[in-house]
Design a protein around this ligand. Structure first.
Ligand code: BTN
Length: 323
């Protein structure tokens, strides 16, 4: 079920974000809401998994820091005018953009929670409320589908640039085609879906997930992961991450749409963590081992096989072979 963001929820969280207890009457007076409306909003937050301490005669307090996403805060920091939708809860931001009828121009959609977040290769993308970034962007390219091969790599470079702006640099790298890793653990990924191709215009939906304030040992995630907060040891305002991510993403997409992948080749080579390493590629149920030689001018993976041949791959899942 789609839930548009409720402003009252945001205002209550802002009041509670000072870490102190606030009773229902005081919150209600400040926001011109009834005590029961405040109570309902608190129950809603709890239903989303936000831990709230409720103490008789003291009121409510957030157990952990929380800043909710705020459309205006994001828009004021994005350097170009964008059509931005924000949801409290949605199945998948990628799926939402796919349902738009005859969309015009660039659309961005973000959500506090996804109930059916999708990862690559049919996997789930764990999307708890209020912790991470779940963002999708619908982007029309004046390009043929065949020219979009390196897009996923370019999106990974945009994510990397946004993360670097927070001071996360060393050991941040990209594992072909789309995993952004820090210290070998996944911090972000992207899922690209082609929506339509007509008269030389290919409309794509680019979905990005970034782990920002997730801290617990999430059993639902089967691969090693890390979050910005784990790296920086500080709670991060996701509005700022969203804005920087959108700025980098749009700049990278415009550049890609004009010049293609080749202008990113050098940057890719500096950010790639597979080059010259023995890797396994899972591709169409097959497992292929070889030495990664980086990518070609289209962004396809070059793998040197044990017989010396060099094979090219446009899709698959990679992992570094343990010695
Ligand atoms: C991957 O690494 O497997 C890709 C993860 C992509 C997750 C994002 S979150 C926003 C968008 N909506 C989805 O359902 N998936 C993408």
């Amino acid at each position: 079920m789609i839930k548009k963001q409720n402003n009252n929820l945001n205002k209550i969280v802002t009041i509670l974000s000072d870490g102190n207890y606030h009773d229902g009457n005081t919150i209600g007076d400040r926001l011109q809401m009834t005590r029961s409306a405040v109570w309902k909003a608190i129950k809603k937050l709890e239903s989303y998994g936000v831990p709230i301490d409720s103490v008789k005669r003291k009121g409510y307090a957030l157990k952990n820091p929380l800043i909710l996403l705020d459309r205006n805060k994001i828009k004021t920091q994005v350097t170009q005018k964008i059509d931005l939708s924000l949801f409290e809860s949605i199945a998948s931001t990628n799926d939402y953009l796919r349902t738009l009828v005859k969309p015009k121009g660039i659309k961005v959609c973000i959500a506090e929670q996804q109930t059916n977040g999708k990862g690559r290769l049919g996997r789930n993308w764990y999307s708890p409320f209020g912790k991470n970034i779940y963002l999708s962007c619908l982007f029309p390219f004046q390009k043929d589908l065949s020219e979009l091969a390196g897009l996923s790599l370019v999106v990974s470079l945009a994510i990397t640039a946004a993360l670097k702006s927070f001071g996360v640099s060393e050991t941040l790298c990209v594992k072909w085609p789309n995993d952004v890793l820090y210290d070998g653990k996944k911090i972000a990924g992207n899922l690209i879906e082609i929506q339509a191709e007509t008269h030389g215009v290919s409309t794509v939906i680019i979905g990005i997930g970034v782990n920002v304030n997730m801290l617990e040992d999430e059993k639902q995630i089967r691969e090693p992961w890390i979050s910005l907060q784990k790296i920086l040891h500080d709670y991060i305002d996701r509005n700022l991450v969203c804005a920087r991510l959108i700025n980098e993403l749009l700049a990278h997409l415009h550049e890609f749409s004009v010049n293609g992948f080749s202008v990113f080749a050098k940057h890719w080579a500096q950010t790639d963590c597979l080059t010259n390493r023995q890797i396994t590629l899972h591709n169409l149920q097959k497992k292929i081992e070889g030495k990664s030689l980086g990518v070609n001018h289209q962004g396809n993976l070059l793998l040197q096989l044990s017989n010396g041949d060099i094979a090219t791959f446009s899709s698959g899942d990679t992992s570094v072979l343990k010695k």
